[in-house]
Design a protein around this ligand. Structure first.
Ligand code: ADP
Length: 244
């Protein structure tokens, strides 16, 4: 694992201060986030939980630099995200954050290996290096023997592991997983949660968004959100590690 990203952080990797988000459509206004404050340090494994409609997806969009707050500040590795240019934001989304979604979002026509290579294509990495890194990432998630398989030839759990390999391949500072087990049976759910726990032990920073308490239990820290506000935060766990 390389350590070129934010190697000696003296501040949280992610810091939300008083973040609010209001959606407006016509005369209607929905306040999806209300003054959310969270600080997440490098190496933490944090679950963000809450019932449907509580603001989890909105929070994930802010954390993933996919949407901006209406008010408040979001600092990523100390830098105020609102000051970043479009180019910097695109770079953060492509290389600094590894996204894992409920629907896997794999391209059906591409092999597992080519799917995992995609973020490296966007980053302009050459073919030979892409193939080597994708193969390594698939081995990391236990799928070295499935490099040439297409998503339709893999189980749901295996597809999600391919998606996790794709999230890992750029060596991101943060893995952001949105309901990653929402489409999986219980055996595959355990499999994917065990993999996330292993990545955490290896020093990865992981934010897992879920409405299921038993899925959240996989994380070292739980932040509960209700009606757009942080209702409870179990706090930083002692085991938060640093990458290296
Ligand atoms: P969760 O992910 O916890 O289900 P969301 O963040 O999706 O919650 O939604 C929080 C609130 O914001 C809900 O009331 C939802 O209806 C509303 N909301 C979410 N996205 C939009 C949008 N694009 N436009 C208007 N309202 C939205």
């Amino acid at each position: 694992m390389t350590t070129d990203l934010f190697p000696t952080l003296e501040f949280p990797l992610l810091e939300l201060r008083g973040v609010s988000k209001t959606y407006r459509s016509g005369s209607l206004q929905v306040q999806a986030l209300r003054g959310a404050c969270i600080a997440i340090r490098e190496g933490e494994f944090v679950a963000i939980t809450g019932p449907s409609g509580s603001g989890k997806s909105t929070l994930m969009h802010v954390l993933g630099c996919l949407d901006s707050p209406t008010s408040g500040t979001y600092r990523l590795a100390g830098q105020d995200v609102s000051t970043m240019s479009e180019e910097e934001l695109a770079d953060v989304r492509n290389r600094r954050i590894g996204f894992v979604f409920q629907q896997f979002n794999l391209l059906a026509s591409l092999t597992a290996g080519r799917n995992v290579e995609l973020p490296l294509c966007y980053a302009g990495v050459r073919r030979a290096e892409r193939t080597a890194r994708a193969t390594e990432a698939l081995a990391r998630v236990g799928l070295a023997h499935r490099v040439e398989h297409r998503p339709g030839e893999l189980s749901g759990g295996q597809q999600q592991r391919v998606a996790i390999a794709r999230a890992l391949v750029t060596d991101p500072a943060l893995i952001l997983a949105d309901e990653p087990t929402g489409n999986l049976d219980s055996a595959s759910t355990t499999d994917v949660l065990d993999l996330l726990a292993e990545l955490h032990v290896a020093g990865r920073t992981i934010v897992l968004i879920t409405h299921e308490a038993d899925v959240a239990a996989a994380a070292a820290r739980t932040v509960h959100i209700l009606d757009g506000a942080i209702q409870n935060d179990s706090g930083v766990h002692q085991e938060a590690t640093h990458r290296g």
